[in-house]
Write a protein that binds this ligand. Sequence first.
Ligand SMILES: *[C@@H]1O[C@H](CO)[C@@H](O)[C@H](O)[C@H]1NC(C)=O
Ligand SMILES: *[C@@H]1O[C@H](CO)[C@@H](O)[C@H](O)[C@H]1NC(C)=O
Ligand SMILES: *[C@@H]1O[C@H](CO)[C@@H](O)[C@H](O)[C@H]1NC(C)=O
Ligand SMILES: *[C@@H]1O[C@H](CO)[C@@H](O)[C@H](O)[C@H]1NC(C)=O
Ligand SMILES: *[C@@H]1O[C@H](CO)[C@@H](O)[C@H](O)[C@H]1NC(C)=O
Ligand SMILES: *[C@@H]1O[C@H](CO)[C@@H](O)[C@H](O)[C@H]1NC(C)=O
Length: 391
Amino acid sequence: MHFSQYCSTCCYIMRFVLFCVIFVAVNSVQTNDDSQLLSTIVLFRHGDRVPRKFAPLDPFGNSTFWPNKRGELTKLGVEQVRTLGRWLRNRYYDYLPKENSSRHIYIKSSSEMRCLTSAIALISGLFPTVVDPYRNETVSRHPFTLNTAPKNQDFIFEMAASCPKYVEAYDELLKTQDFRDIDASNSDFYEYLEEHLGVQIKSFTDVVEWYDTMREEDVKGFNLPDWTKRYYPTEMKKWYELCYKVPTYNRKLARFGTGALFEKISDLFDALINGSMNKSSSEMVLVLLSGHQTNIADVTNSLGMFRMAPYAGALIVELRKNKYSSKVFVNTFFKTDGSLEVLKIENCTVNCEIDNFFKIIKPFRISNAQIRGECGLPADWIFQPQKYQID
Ligand SMILES: *[C@@H]1O[C@H](CO)[C@@H](O)[C@H](O)[C@H]1NC(C)=O
Ligand SMILES: *[C@@H]1O[C@H](CO)[C@@H](O)[C@H](O)[C@H]1NC(C)=O
Ligand SMILES: *[C@@H]1O[C@H](CO)[C@@H](O)[C@H](O)[C@H]1NC(C)=O
Ligand SMILES: *[C@@H]1O[C@H](CO)[C@@H](O)[C@H](O)[C@H]1NC(C)=O
Ligand SMILES: *[C@@H]1O[C@H](CO)[C@@H](O)[C@H](O)[C@H]1NC(C)=O
Ligand SMILES: *[C@@H]1O[C@H](CO)[C@@H](O)[C@H](O)[C@H]1NC(C)=O
């Protein structure tokens, strides 16, 4: 036997073993007979959208190139999120409530139109008989309440718009020497972009929205001008990714970025473990959170497992209880179009024991009572959430 033949047989076996390991790992999560699913939290990003902004010199800035208004979901975007909804239905069918869904399903969305539309599209995939926003079919079976809040009141999805102290801390960080050095060494790159786009670029954080727009034009098959080749995509992408780490760059910032969400997750998990929540034994409590790339980046970076979510990508957190030992643990996954990746929270194991999980997220938590003081909100500030009925 030639060495190469031996090697390829060996590789074949290795690949098979690897395949089995991966297959078993994924499958055991999916049909985990040893555990009962108590709750699933799905924090997902909206689907494909029209760019939010066009630079003055952008040849594709004319609205005739785009199907919808700036920033809004496209037909493809609706389909991407509905596909995620169908996938969730498939994975969790046995645990979904069959009769009155509203008791065990909580849906919250950022108030951005693309997120509200995404929430409805997800529901239409998860419960195919409900409203279908794209085809305008309004078959009513399960009514849902869609919770949202105006931006300046939204501590789950919009901390940068609702929490003045967060913005202060963020601006302070960008004034530190390390970040000033980045901008100083990028000055040629910024000037080049300024000249070709007709915009001002003062910091690497200004590169993000233009990278976003170029990428959207690129994937939609528009021919980007030749000048873009110098920095797009590689160089621009580097700063794009860094930019999504900055909002949770240190503990102080991470607490602002994720504190209200971690508080809600802790309270829910507590109530479920404690048995104080009225839930039948076979059903889980499903929490659907329709947000942005930033929200997923913030939560994953805070837990030491940073991910950049593509459109309709999702962070999934499952609360499970071992049927024999009664031990409760948390699993985390990153769902993208083609795959389900098992994530490991930093300082914990894949099946993260609940006490460890609570210990890790405790320093981030911000309660409703703390938020006014910590964010530096005015004394007469009142919280005004909104609800919409989806029939
Ligand atoms: C956009 O394109 C349309 C059709 O080509 C043209 O009539 C219109 O003037 C353009 N608008 C701008 C702002 O360039
Ligand atoms: C479903 O449950 C909600 C919340 O418990 C309740 O308000 C509603 O009346 C129930 N609907 C039906 C049809 O049972
Ligand atoms: C949606 O369907 C309803 C009922 O069939 C109809 O009255 C309405 O005009 C439709 N809306 C659109 C935007 O097609
Ligand atoms: C546990 O349940 C009791 C009532 O059933 C409630 O008063 C208590 O706050 C709950 N504890 C937690 C941590 O949720
Ligand atoms: C729990 O659910 C049962 C039946 O679904 C209902 O009769 C009871 O009032 C509920 N209790 C609470 C505290 O919601
Ligand atoms: C994990 O532990 C290290 C060392 O104590 C700490 O620096 C880091 O912040 C911890 N990570 C998380 C997610 O708590």
